[in-house]
Design a protein around this ligand. Sequence first.
Ligand code: UFG
Length: 332
Amino acid sequence: MSILVTGGAGYIGSHMVLNLADAGESVVVLDNLVTGFDWLVDHRVRFVKGNVADTDLVAHLIAEYDIEAVIHFAGSVVVPESVVNPLKYYANNTAATRTLIETCVRGGVSHFIFSSTAAVYGMVGLEPVSEDNVLNPVSPYGKSKLMSEWMLADVAAAHPMTYGVLRYFNVAGADPQMRSGQSTAGATHLIKVAVQTALGLRDAMSVFGDDYPTPDGTCVRDYIHVTDLVAAHALVLDHLRKGGESVTMNCGYGRGFSVDAVVKTVKEVTGVDFAVEHGPRRAGDPASIVAGADRIRAMGWQPEYDDLERIVEMAYTWEKHLGTRNDRPSVF
Ligand code: UFG
């Protein structure tokens, strides 16, 4: 029996592969390498280049490797891009996922774990948001993921398949052993942008908005270390394998940091007082979004890296490591 990891050459998927390979699992990675890198895929697993919507290929992989569970990371993840090009998001996230789920049902796959997002909640208040909160995604990205959540619920009611939906908050950091990290070209995520600025890869960075109704006026987010995030997936997989019911889980620590606090931490960790401009708000940013994390903690999740300094340190170390690679992706 094996596990199929789609998007296993991407940021979070490659960390999932490390977790599974370290646990001795048999793993097959399927990734089209549009945003991923084959050198991020651990050498202990099998890598196949291809698309999740290629039914013949996926059906073949399910049969050949006796796939018991699919962990589906592949997709498009840039919120502002989804506003400009919504059809790309409905194709890559919703339609491709529908096709993949169908192939899994036909192939008798028992469990399906899906990368969802805090973006399914939309604009929320300053309090931690629980899984039972009203779902009101404002971006095509959030909607494209929520539609897939709905499909999974309906499919699991009609077919012998259980699922885990994990709603990610702000994923950051890198593998503590530096075997993988965020390597995407042109990344827009705050911690990545800040460490690149500290390294001189960018002249300056902007804080998008300082007039939000938050303690220091900048947006608050729940930054979760990628290694803790993939550990949550492993727990959910274990739960489903033991016959547990389908679950939907927020993945965050349940506490937030403001943009200014993150920038200050990056300056402290790197020792570089880089230039920071305070610019206008970025369209579509909620003032605050923090996970209500009771459900995943009740499942036994014990995060190891709930420490912003360590998260930043690892992101910084990875960024320096990337700089030593001659196939380093360009920054812009
Ligand atoms: N920010 C800046 N300057 C930058 C980059 C980001 O001030 O150069 C701010 C943003 O405005 C936001 C915060 O830092 O207030 C975090 O922004 P990110 O782009 O790092 O992350 P988001 O919160 O926008 O997005 C994340 C995930 C999405 C997910 C979303 C759900 O990356 O996939 O959370 O809330 F959909």
